[in-house]
Design a protein around this ligand. Sequence first.
Ligand code: URP
Ligand code: ZN
Ligand code: ZN
Length: 458
Amino acid sequence: MKRLLIKGGRVITAVDDYVGDVLVEDGRIAAVGTSLEVQDVETLNAQGRLVLPGGIDVHTHLDMPFGGTTSADDFESGTVAAAFGGTTSIIDFAIQYKGQTLRDARDAWMRKAEGKAAIDYGFHMIITDLPQAVEDEMDVMVREGVTSFKLFMAYRGVLMLDDGSIFRALLRTGQNGGTICMHAENGDVIDVLVRRALAAGHTAPKYHALTRPARAEAEATYRAICLAEMAEVPLYVVHLSAHEALEKIAEARDRGLPAHAETCPQYLFLSYENYEEPGFSGAKYVMSPPLRPKGNEEALWRGLAMNDLQAVSTDHCPFCMKGQKELGKDDFSKIPNGAPGIETRMSLLFDGGVHRGRLSLNRFVEVTSTSPAKIFGLFPRKGTIAPGSDADLVIFDPERSVTLSAATLHHRVDYTPYEGRVVKGAAETVISRGEIVVKDGVFRGRAGRGEFLKRRPR
Ligand code: URP
Ligand code: ZN
Ligand code: ZN
């Protein structure tokens, strides 16, 4: 039996906060206590450190064809980077292309992950085409552990679904216990604005943001809420960026509707002003929804603190500046949408949230691990520190300062949106199902050791 004893750390879950020990046996947590005496066991001294449940990032795009290229991290580089940052589970997105079955899409993404993932992974299914046979197949996916579906209200002709199909998908999840994740932006309005901007000769990266108004996000968010309300099912809005959209979620929750939403670090730490950086540098931040004007981020922090937002994911969708973002050098609409962030989420959130007094330690754990686990059918296997749970643990140094830089991060991208930013709080030792995968800045895991997460329906 493989055993590990983590001694004397400050154990934090969404509800606990005590100095104690955690005993790990065969990949699971065997016991927690204030002074466990165990013989013949490898001991990790966690004094002066926090012991946290492993981070869960429910929004990543590894090895994903998009915007005329493929995201730069595959399941190996992406999950290794995640582990360095203190994330021990991800949920990535498989894509069903038009005419394809969901099973084929799921199997294609399984093949991308198998033999490569260094931490555990699950999949949401992006549905781009919903004939009756595919609608029926949604039940099969839910039974087989792919219990959530992403639908797009933008990117017409590529990923976007019409409202009727969205409504049918929502109704179906009411029966099969799945969850709909919504990309909420009014795609048709955006397409008109993009065509007009290009016709006027506006080609620079900043026009990506100027053609995707916050109101287009708020309108789609409200429409999604209404569709889910009429279908009488819960809803999860992904990568919420604008306070105008947050108002719609808060209003729905105040009415008692099961509306959930995540935001991402880029919307908490960056702003429209980044698009004004010289030359083509603004392309680093081309993502959808775009960064919003300064001031917006405080509304999102408040939303996190008040539980109008339930999770912080990364939407890690990395493209190198060289050879990838460059595709849009003369036309902002050809810049592949997305940015890296899988490794920096926990440190950024800890620094901006806990150290800046915006989030309690418990709330930090809740939005980075526990809530995502609950919403997506992983709790209590993941997302907490309790006997029987997977031993996904992070020994976290709350006082260590780190300067974020592409030169030292482990993702396979030639930039980070946070270059030079100093953050306080960093993962020191990362344990995945009882195995030390990162210690003292060294990766000790193995590509392919990550397991597929068959998730429970609602
Ligand atoms: O710009 C983004 N967000 N790229 C990834 C695809 C998506 O919509 O999540
Ligand atoms: Zn999206
Ligand atoms: Zn995404």
